[in-house]
Ligand binder design. Sequence first.
Ligand code: PRT
Ligand code: MG
Length: 224
Amino acid sequence: MSPASLDRPLTLALSKGRIFDETMPLLAAAGIQVTENPETSRKLILPTSSPNLQLIIVRATDVPTYVQYGAADFGIAGKDVLVEHAAEHPGGLYQPIDLNIARCRLCVAVREGFDYEAAVHQGSRLRIATKYVKAAREHFARKGVYVDIIKLYGSMELAPLVGLADAIVDLVSTGGTLRANNLVAVEDIVEISSRLIVNQASLKTRADALQPLIDAFAQASANP
Ligand code: PRT
Ligand code: MG
């Protein structure tokens, strides 16, 4: 799948924001610096201090796609993104390490005062708004609760406030966004962190260049 060529640099796919920011110390531990800042630069391909490594900046949800098709040799993506990607594109991505960065948890949240336990026990259908359709569907299937899933692409917190849904499934880190919108987390579904993902063909054909970086990431994330 990977158009492996010996002279092109390895390509690492990252999203800007928290994943980029938390990846910089891991690259630094491997002796690699990035001088351009994706928040201010409009460049989507960023060089690094290593001639053997370049970064591409893509949307968080697109990282697995670039890696799966070999347009990037490796990438960093949240477990939330990887679960949803795998639902549509099974196989194809090697996940050697949990980098323990961009940590948060996937939760069910409702409006303050909404009696979630009663709503769940009644056996009536719940309306759930979320970007995480697969994770939400599996969570409620495990509980034996019937749900109608409404797919949203952002600002999930709004949905229970305006009557679009009874509950949301969303990521929570500090809890500040829920509090600001009078929502409360009523269930934790899973702990989330970001993983290194590697294109399987690159792993075979470019192991000489890739493996030292994978090892450096593993070491830096185990000893932050
Ligand atoms: O923001 P954009 O639409 O461009 O894309 P994205 O949301 O997919 O990317 P980004 O960079 O925001 O998130 C990338 C990855 O960071 C996610 O896939 C998660 O694995 C991880 N991560 C860690 C988070 C959070 N913490 C987080 N708090 N992703 C999103 N959030 C959001 C959450 O959805 C909610 O809206 O932040 C809000 C809650 O934060 P608190 O601190 O108020 O609880
Ligand atoms: Mg975001």
